[in-house]
Design a protein around this ligand. Structure first.
Ligand code: NAD
Ligand code: IPM
Ligand code: MN
Length: 361
């Protein structure tokens, strides 16, 4: 099969982890007889430096024509002084919004070989396997007005959702739950926010369309606590944009590192942008220390969701498992008796592991 992939390396560790994902995609193509073509485009700080804007038109146009998009990360201290609308992060928010990528799927699974790598007790983490379905193109991130006013004595951000925006993410979450253990937790702040009360109402209406899914509501503060005291309680969580952002970084501690969490930002027709949950990690950028597994696992999600290549995705995930089983890891993971390697060596290990596995057997 032929697929055209747009790579958006971005900033900081973004280029390092994107290169790792590309390497693994090339191995996948070789192994399964596909033709993957790649095109690299600017986004974020790199786009500001090269083209004066965080989301150039060419980047957007290339993404619209792509079969799949892989993003590294954006942002960094170099661009922090810029006004909000010119910051690297605006490029990422812009591409999500412009492409209508409203559903962000963030799976979190404790790898058996990494149970000791989490700061949480082994018995708490063991068996955890959850999916955060984060609304990605609405809420506080996009509401208007958002401004300083009254001579800088006041500031406003706005949380807006339309009924349709809530309905489509809730549908997505119910459908994800149907493919998993059929337990959905809708996370909100309905004791305070009107938007959350409407969110709850919609979940209550929608549940009749999915009678096989057990659904409940949980306040976000309690959910934050339960995520790290009893993570195996959860199957699928669905929540608005900002809550989902915060809860997913928190949930990454189950895996031992933020550098392990992949994500898919998708829309109804299957186009997706695949992005690790982590940021540009300026503290370790350019040192080949970054964990490439979040980006590699994001590429596997692209194979699964945008290309319908589930066997290929399984192969990448199995290779990641095998490499971790062999105790190879980057510095962010604390693995007792493990073999610490650079990010590029870890990516090569995944690729070699795939090549050593004959899929025609
Ligand atoms: P961060 O996720 O970049 O880093 C948080 C911590 O996790 C750091 O200690 C970092 O070294 C570590 N870390 C992250 N990814 C890692 C990896 N793959 N391997 C090893 N360690 C890893 O968050 P931050 O420091 O708060 O933000 C830095 C910049 O990244 C900011 O400009 C922020 O806006 C941006 N950001 C971008 C994205 C994105 O592009 N999707 C996501 C989050 C943050
Ligand atoms: C993420 C990031 C982004 C977000 C930032 C960089 C805009 O934290 O993808 O989780 O908040 O969505
Ligand atoms: Mn985040």
């Amino acid at each position: 099969m032929k697929k055209h992939i747009v790579l958006l390396p971005g900033d900081g560790i973004g280029p390092e982890v994107t290169k790792a994902a590309k390497r693994v995609l090339e191995t996948t193509a070789e192994q399964f007889g596909h033709t993957f073509t790649f095109e690299t485009q600017d986004i974020g700080g790199a786009a500001i430096d090269h083209q004066g804007t965080p989301l150039p038109e060419d980047t957007l146009a290339a993404c619209r024509k792509a079969d799949g998009i892989v993003l590294g990360a954006v942002g960094g201290p170099k661009w922090e002084h810029l006004p909000g609308h010119l910051r690297p992060e605006k490029g990422l928010l812009g591409i999500r919004k412009q492409l209508g990528l409203f559903a962000n799927l963030r799976p979190i699974k404790g790898f058996p070989s990494l149970l000791h790598a989490s700061p949480l007790k082994r018995e708490v983490v063991e068996g955890s396997d959850l999916l955060i379905v984060r609304e990605l193109t609405g809420g506080l991130y996009f509401g208007e007005p958002r401004e300083r006013r009254n001579q800088n004595t006041e500031v406003v951000d706005t949380l807006t959702y339309t009924r349709a925006e809530i309905e489509r993410i809730v549908d997505q979450a119910f459908q994800s739950a149907q493919l998993r253990r059929r337990h959905l937790t809708s996370v909100d702040k309905a004791n305070v926010l009107e938007s959350s009360r409407m969110w709850r109402e919609i979940v209550e209406e929608k549940k009749h369309d999915y009678p096989d899914v057990e659904v409940e509501h949980m306040l976000v503060d309690a959910a934050a606590m339960k995520l790290i005291t009893n993570p195996t309680y959860f199957d699928v969580l669905v929540t608005e944009n900002m809550f989902g952002d915060i809860l997913s970084d928190e949930a990454s501690v189950l895996t031992g590192s933020l550098g392990m969490l992949p994500s898919a930002s998708i829309r109804e027709d299957g186009l997706g942008l695949y992005e690790p949950v982590h940021g540009s990690a300026p503290d370790i950028a350019g040192q080949d220390k970054a964990n490439p597994l979040a980006a590699i696992l994001s590429a596997a999600m692209m194979l699964r969701y945008s290309f319908q290549m589930s066997e290929e995705a399984d192969e990448v995930e199995a290779a990641v498992h095998a490499v971790l089983q062999d105790k190879y890891h980057t510095a962010d993971l604390k693995v007792a008796g493990g073999i610490q390697v650079s990010g590029s060596v870890l990516a090569n290990k995944v690729s070699e592991q795939m090549s050593s596995h004959d899929t025609t057997e």
